[in-house]
Design a protein around this ligand. Structure first.
Ligand SMILES: Cc1ncc(COP(=O)(O)O)c(C=O)c1O
Length: 447
């Protein structure tokens, strides 16, 4: 008699239950190689099930190599702990990379945009369209969905002053995916990244085995040394907030020409200006030297994982060739949904409504913070950065944390610059939460 018990109320079919339990007996060593199992008829009678159940379980285990049917003799165990290489045992659950903060924590970070609930019907319409549209039958164009590239070209012309043919655009899975696509195509050498700067960019450069050179974020670029690229956020320096002045743009392009390097323009949130019109893209100045990276992370949501890349023709060809071979590309459902959001005017409405909210919240943050700290750049986008001594910044960060809010320290974006302070995002919280977080911060700074 085999020590197995079948549960007739379980959703798992009886043959699968039986096979699973016999497998477990072999793995536990209760059954060893050469042991004879009861006949399928006898086992069925013992268990009070039809013979089809035991036969199906034996057939499955035979196909998997646990059992062997010997003609005229019976069914035997062929594999057991002593004869198989032990599979690695899972002794504990995988640990999370970053422990999830306990309690209800709201993030005042730079990466969570405002999502207007009034736009939900349009959002749902886009996904309904995805559900009835036929996906491309095979691997599609590595540049991305043609209609989406057409819509993006029109939008980038209108909002960023870029005159693009749809075939010059490569749809990516976000800014960082664009950077990952570009890095293998650059000649060996370090990459200059703004300091303080976008942490994901610096980390991606390091991941690709390249050295990161610190490019002072608020100084005119002089010499790029042996850097093969300079990663910058000219429309809204991340995280200090300044707009790169025209003279500095020209100086950086000149430095890049001298070093035969490319400028990587991360244009992540340029549409969210409420003081002046969006500053035109730097790529307009020299399409032969600038690699332009855009993203839907700020105007839609980061989890859509969509972005776009425009590179000089030689790099475009190299990137495309590798993306074709490696099947790298943005997921079709996301692309198809973004197409509807663009066509329906949803994205324009989302940007307008988020801009209104940011324009109202940014001065509230400024009013609360300015008695205690210095604003690092003009008010724009969905966060503002405040210069403070590190001890004060940490005290304020800890007070916010105790009140259930997570705020980033500027020092975590800084490398050699040594700048300290707080980076306060205001897109992903409610007005009431923002007030509570600011009260905690200013309470700590004023104490
Ligand atoms: C400076 C900067 N660039 C780009 C992005 C977006 O990156 P991705 O498109 O990979 O989500 C962010 C998001 O927080 C950002 O802060």
């Amino acid at each position: 008699m085999l020590p197995v018990t079948l549960d007739r109320t379980s959703a798992e079919p009886l043959p699968a239950q039986l096979a699973g339990q016999v497998r477990a007996l072999v793995l536990a060593g209760t059954l060893g190689t050469g042991d004879r199992l009861p006949s399928s008829r006898a086992l069925a009678a013992d268990l009070g099930v039809s013979r089809a159940v035991t036969e199906q379980a034996y057939d499955q285990l035979t196909a998997e190599g646990w059992l062997e049917a010997r003609r005229g003799s019976g069914t035997y165990v062929t594999a057991s702990r002593t004869t198989t290489t032990a599979a690695p045992q899972v002794t504990s659950r995988p640990t999370r990379l970053t422990p999830r903060p306990t309690g209800a924590t709201s993030r005042l970070d730079t990466g969570t945009p405002f999502f207007d609930p009034r736009l939900e019907p349009g959002w749902r319409r886009a996904w309904r369209e995805v559900s009835v549209a036929a996906p491309p039958p095979g691997y599609d164009d590595p540049r991305g969905l043609l209609e989406l590239r057409e819509a993006l070209a029109a939008r980038l012309g209108r909002t960023r002053g870029l005159d693009l043919h749809p075939d010059e655009i490569i749809v990516t899975a976000g800014t960082t995916d664009g950077l990952r696509a570009l890095l293998p195509e650059l000649r060996p050498g370090p990459v200059a990244v703004e300091d303080p700067g976008y942490r994901a960019a610096a980390e991606t450069v390091l991941t690709y085995g390249r050295e990161v050179i610190d490019l002072p974020a608020v100084e005119t670029a002089g010499d790029l040394g042996d850097a093969v690229a300079a990663y910058v956020t000219p429309a809204h320096q991340h995280p200090l907030g300044r707009v790169m002045p025209a003279a500095d743009r020209l100086a950086l392009l000149e430095a890049a020409r001298r070093a035969d390097a490319v400028v990587i323009e991360d244009d992540y949130d340029s549409e969210f200006r409420y003081d002046v019109a969006p500053v035109p893209a730097m790529a307009r100045l020299d399409r032969g030297r600038v690699v332009y990276l855009g993203t839907a992370a700020k105007s839609v949501v980061p989890t859509l994982r969509l972005g776009w890349l425009v590179a000089p023709p030689d790099l475009h060809e190299l990137i495309l060739r590798r993306r074709t071979i490696t099947h790298a590309g943005a997921a079709w459902p996301s692309q198809r949904a973004l197409l509807t959001l663009l066509r329906d005017g949803w994205l324009d409405r989302a940007v307008r409504s988020a801009r209104r909210v940011y324009a109202e919240r940014a001065p509230r943050v400024a009013e609360a913070m300015s008695p205690y700290a210095t604003l690092a750049g003009p008010l724009a986008g969905m966060y503002s950065t405040w210069l403070l001594p590190e001890t004060d910044a940490r005290r304020a960060r800890d007070a916010a944390r105790a009140a259930g809010f997570e705020i980033n320290l500027l020092s975590t974006y800084a490398r050699s610059s040594g700048l300290t302070g707080l980076v306060i995002g205001f897109g992903g919280v409610t007005d009431a939460e923002l007030d509570q977080a600011l009260a905690a911060v200013t309470g700590a700074l004023g104490a």
